[in-house]
Design a protein around this ligand. Structure first.
Ligand code: FES
Ligand code: FES
Length: 151
């Protein structure tokens, strides 16, 4: 059995130790906000925070997060209670497709929380592991800038 803390709650996983964290979150814990794009660590769609750091959940076997803190997009806000970051994404047009947006939000959340600067280039670097095949990055950067300026 593997114990971990997910979105502030202690969870237990009974199953294969090398099952991907992405699948455990989606299938076992029903946290389907985390999406699968490439499944190979390239796109960032599956980004979650492990002990506060953005990580691709498709590359992490669940045994590696035993005793650690995992946060998913579900912890950021709810449809009824959007976080300031999610509101900024809506207002500045950064909310795009359902595959890339959760990962973008999670990475941006880590940027904000770690005191990320009011600097479009620094935001681009922070988001460089999150790909959008539609290349609509400008509004995403503006969304994060909006949230940083309101922090
Ligand atoms: S699905 Fe994990 S990086 Fe693409
Ligand atoms: S991949 Fe999501 S909008 Fe481009």
């Amino acid at each position: 059995m593997i114990e971990l803390r997910v979105n502030g709650r202690k969870r237990r996983f009974r199953g294969p130790a090398f099952k991907r964290l992405l699948d455990v979150l989606r299938e076992d814990f029903r946290l389907t906000g985390t999406k699968e794009g490439c499944g190979e660590g390239e796109c960032g769609a599956c980004t979650v925070l492990i002990d506060g750091e953005p990580v691709n959940a498709c590359l992490v076997p669940v045994c590696q997060v035993a005793g650690r803190r995992v946060e998913t997009v579900e912890a950021l806000g709810t449809p009824e209670g959007l976080s300031p970051l999610q509101k900024a994404f809506l207002e500045a047009g950064g909310t795009q497709c359902g595959i890339c947006t959760p990962g973008m939000l999670v990475t941006a959340w880590a940027y904000l929380r770690s005191g990320g600067r009011d600097d479009p280039d620094a935001i681009r670097v922070a988001l460089s592991g999150n790909l959008c095949r539609c290349t609509g990055y400008q509004q995403i950067v503006e969304s994060v800038l909006t949230a940083v300026r309101r922090r």
